[in-house]
Design a protein around this ligand. Structure first.
Ligand code: NDP
Length: 247
């Protein structure tokens, strides 16, 4: 589905991003990813991507730092010449109730989840506009739609990603660039593994399908949105949540 396409996936070192990188690579895309610390897991991932017969490029970059993102995108562009797909997946949580939330925890989450998405999108969209082609997929969350006690910073960042994406979708639609949002529900990754069992049980009860999602289920939607099968879809938010939130 993506043979010869060049793709950037942020936050691919673990969890949902890792699965997205592998799924797109399996479908023929060359993968450029960022890392913050080069370790054996990142090296294993690079080898796994290459085992599908595609290219893999890994560059150190913190998405919240504008200059690092600009250098990352510049290096990807000079390596591949085109950037066909951008998947903004890097994200963090720093949970706390509003009465106790530290300003720093609010800022950090907004800086990575929302400003990080702005940084990469701004840098890549100038290349996509010149190419007259591109797919941008931003990973939000159902929490950005429905809210969640203890996550006002995260919810604000993910709601921000939705408004941001719809605006950019309107700006870039005439340039043949699609911008869409994927909103996962509760997915099994490092981000969610440390929740107490009781909280997990309550969450599962609230999911009509009565099960936690797998990163692969998110990656499959990203594959569709990265491909030409989604050419007439832009500015949309699609949930992958077992029916948890129905707008
Ligand atoms: P993980 O915590 O498993 O992985 C997060 C990824 O983001 C890692 O690769 C991490 O890199 C990277 N990252 C974090 N901060 C930065 C930064 N400043 N610069 C560059 N990369 C960074 O998370 P998930 O896989 O669970 O989540 C992926 C996305 O999906 C996030 O945007 C998250 O908000 C969203 N999501 C997840 C849900 C879930 O239930 N898991 C539900 C809804 C949305 P490193 O290895 O260096 O830390």
């Amino acid at each position: 589905m993506l043979k010869g396409k060049n793709v950037i996936v942020t936050g691919a070192t673990r969890g949902i991003g890792r699965e997205i990188a592998l799924t797109l690579a399996q479908n023929g895309a060359n993968i450029a990813m960022n890392y913050r610390n080069l370790n054996s897991e990142v090296e294993d991932l690079i080898n796994e991507i290459k085992s599908f017969g595609v290219d893999a490029l890994a560059i150190k970059c913190d998405v919240s730092i504008t200059e690092e993102v600009d250098n990352f995108v510049k290096e990807v562009k000079s390596h591949y010449n085109t950037i066909d797909v951008l998947v903004n997946n890097a994200g963090i949580t720093k949970d706390g109730l509003i009465l106790r939330m530290k300003e720093e925890d609010f800022d950090d989450v907004l800086d990575v989840n929302l400003k990080g998405t702005f940084n990469t999108t701004k840098s890549v969209s100038s290349i996509m506009v010149r190419q007259k082609y591109g797919k941008i997929i931003n990973i939000s969350s159902v929490v950005g739609i429905a809210g969640n006690a203890g996550q006002c910073n995260y919810a604000a960042s993910k709601a921000g990603v939705i408004g941001f994406s719809k605006s950019v979708a309107r700006e870039l639609a005439s340039r043949n660039i699609n911008v869409n949002v994927v909103a996962p529900g509760y997915i099994n990754t490092d981000m969610t593994k440390n929740l107490p069992d009781k909280v997990k049980e309550e969450i599962i009860k609230s999911i009509p399908m009565k099960k936690i999602g797998d990163p692969k289920e998110v990656a499959n939607l990203v594959l569709f949105l990265s491909s030409n099968l989604s050419d007439y879809i832009t500015g949309q938010v699609i949930n992958v949540d077992g029916g948890m939130v129905m707008a």
